[in-house]
Design a protein. Structure first.
Length: 446
């Protein structure tokens, strides 16, 4: 979401006369778009400000004024404390206020320190400038679109409900208009994003709240769209309509990111996840029943307060039972203001670190097995950009694996049937298959 937000900030500054530079040394304004989800991410902000301060001071020695802005969730959470700790920062803009950047910058240019972290009444998406065609084309054939923001779930470890605010969905018509603009400029793959994306309930053209399934069906009809994905989902909101969309829509990729966090019911309850291990397994089997070629990825937290070795083993067992194709895993990080940060039985750092290593070893084993299964198979690859070698192109499989092939640049933006000849540690290698183009979805649901 921060990638998407950064693009929208850049688009919004174009009418104010700004253009993107390749390096901070050339910039009149540097915006740090920040993440508050774990302590490490938040801490990085201050070391980064220190680095940019040196560039700002060098610019000042050359007689040039440079502004530093801090945006995103650290800005939202810490507000004017950021300027108190780092006086070189000129403005702080919260995650819901970046449509106000042009006026904030004008005030900062006249020497004021500006902080805006109020949750606004207006919808930022109504005010943000749309990206120019050439900006979209430069960002490639794959794009993100925010369809939902914020979260009302209040998992006990998570800052999102406090930093991104209450759950809000964008209306279907506005999303379709944004997607048409993207496809018109060459985008072929869309990832719909939201902190709790499958809780999507934006107003449809008929005035009735839509669902994510309905939105996906609608976007699958936009000319030019070849692939659809969405992230991040909550197991509780994986409703029948979305499960059915997976079975129906060839454009909806068979790769689902479904965070589980833990395999222990005791820990899931303490996390206030509102799902059990059994409930999660049930969601996976409903999805698999609709489409047999689905693969899953997940998020895991190890060392949540009170997690015992037995709880952790339940998580390892769940990984073996489902066999994830990939996963993100994190040591629990206590976040200020969240209920879990106040819990008594915090797990020592060494234990967290040891469990993370074991969990990651298990995920890597499953990932290697998953990738090895592609040797000799012929799969659809959406070609994205030139590779590192002359004449090489890089694309993505339906499962987001990077696939390298030798092919002419004119094929960028097309889906090709590719036979995988070699499985590397980070990519698959293949050649374009000499076969009649089979319907991409022929095997699904079989
Ligand atoms: N909405 C998604 C869900 O329900 O799982 C998660 C979105 S959250 C922005 C991304 C991931 O960060 C979470 O799935 C979780 O694994 C991780 N995360 C969130 N808070 C954390 C914390 N305090 N410590 C460690 N990891 C955390
Ligand atoms: Fe955070 Fe996801 Fe839980 Fe919402 S559902 S509180 S975003 S982990």
């Amino acid at each position: 979401m921060n990638v998407y937000d950064s693009h929208r900030m850049a688009d919004t500054l174009v009418p104010a006369g700004f253009s993107e530079t390749a390096s901070p040394e050339d910039a009149d304004l540097v915006i740090l778009n920040t993440c508050h989800i774990r302590e490490k991410a938040a801490d990085k902000v201050y070391s980064e400000i220190g680095r940019i301060r040196e560039i700002k001071e060098a610019a000042a020695r050359d007689g040039r004024r440079m502004l530093i802005a801090v945006a995103g969730c650290v800005a939202q959470a810490e507000g004017k404390e950021i300027i108190r700790r780092a006086s070189t920062v000129d403005l702080v803009v919260g995650s819901q206020n970046y449509h106000r950047l042009p006026t904030m910058i004008a005030r900062a240019q006249s020497g004021e320190k500006v902080v805006d972290t109020e949750f606004p009444v207006e919808d930022k998406f109504d005010v943000l400038a749309a990206p120019k065609r050439n900006a979209i084309a430069k960002r490639g054939i794959s794009a993100f679109v925010t369809v939902q923001e914020g979260c009302d779930k209040f998992c006990t470890f998570c800052v999102v409900p406090y930093t991104r605010g209450a759950e809000v969905s964008r209306p279907v018509e506005k999303i379709v208009a944004e997607v048409e603009r993207l496809t018109d400029a060459g985008v072929r793959e869309l990832t719909l994003i939201g902190q709790n994306v499958n809780a999507y309930h934006g107003i449809g053209p008929d005035g009735i709240p839509s669902t994510l399934g309905k939105l996906l069906r609608c976007l699958a009809q936009v000319p030019g769209i070849m692939r659809l994905r969405y992230t991040t989902s909550h197991p509780r909101d994986m409703n029948d309509d979305l499960v059915a969309a997976h079975a129906e829509l060839p454009a909806l990729m068979p790769y689902v990111h479904l965070p589980v966090q833990s395999g222990s019911d005791r820990i899931l309850a303490a996390m206030n996840r509102r799902h059990t291990r059994r409930g999660y397994l049930g969601v996976i089997s409903r999805l698999r029943a609709g489409r047999s070629d689905l693969a899953f990825t997940s998020d895991f937290i190890v060392g949540f307060p009170g997690e015992t070795e037995a709880d952790f083993r339940d998580t390892l067992a769940l990984i073996d039972e489902i066999g994830f194709a990939s996963a993100y895993s994190f040591m629990y990080s206590a976040r200020p203001g969240t209920p879990a940060a106040e819990m008594d039985d915090q797990v020592p750092q060494e234990e967290k670190s040891e469990r993370l290593q074991r969990l990651q070893a298990s995920i890597t084993r499953h990932q290697r097995g998953f990738n090895a299964g592609f040797a000799g198979r012929t799969i659809d690859v959406l070609l994205e950009k030139p590779g590192r070698l002359p004449g090489q192109l890089v694309g993505r499989s339906p499962y987001l694996q990077a696939v390298q092939i030798m092919a002419p640049a004119k094929l960028i933006g097309s889906v090709q049937r590719v036979t995988i000849t070699e499985v590397g540690s980070n990519s698959l290698f293949g050649t374009i298959a000499n076969e009649m183009r089979a319907p991409a979805f022929a095997a699904a649901g079989a």
